[in-house]
Write a protein that binds this ligand. Structure first.
Ligand code: ZN
Ligand code: ZN
Length: 155
């Protein structure tokens, strides 16, 4: 994919096992890093980067039978793959007509980059110094046993 995707085109995403595949047509609606406690718990991650899509521009291509929805609030549901556990989607009555999709499940550049940190007041303090820590690449000897791992899922 080029650095400047065709604004009339879109992108296809997937879960880790590849069982769920889905497509978004551009334009997307937003892209934001969410630091809320609920995203943190649901994804087991410091924060979650979300891409908003109009429901009309979002579709499941494969794996509808694997897609499970967890109703984490009265208003909202979170979609994940029941086979590999990938957290993929968020939909809520407070954002009608929208499907929020995890940026990490989408390859390459999109029609927009993240523009904002939301619920920044809930951000974890253990992320504060992240940029200043040592950065070790995959070539480092300390990571050799991880780079030897052989995936059982599609690349
Ligand atoms: Zn999966
Ligand atoms: Zn959140």
């Amino acid at each position: 994919m080029s650095a400047h995707p065709n604004p009339d085109a879109g992108v296809e995403g997937r879960c880790l096992c590849g069982g769920i595949r889905f497509a978004i047509e551009f334009p997307t609606l937003f892209c934001a890093h969410c630091h809320c406690r609920w995203c943190r718990l649901a994804h087991g991650a410091a924060f979650v980067t979300w891409v908003g899509a109009a429901e009309a521009r979002f579709r499941i291509i494969a794996g509808d039978d694997l897609l499970t929805w967890f109703h984490a609030s009265v208003e909202s549901r979170r979609g994940f793959c029941s086979r590999c556990g990938s957290t993929l989607f968020f939909a809520s009555s407070v954002a009608p007509g929208e499907m929020h999709v995890t940026r990490a499940s989408l390859p390459g550049p999109l029609d927009r980059a993240p523009t904002v940190h939301v619920f920044a007041d809930e951000a974890v303090v253990w992320l504060n110094d992240a940029a200043s820590l040592p950065h070790i690449t995959g070539e480092h000897a300390a990571l050799a046993h991880y780079t030897a791992i052989r995936p059982t899922v599609p690349e």
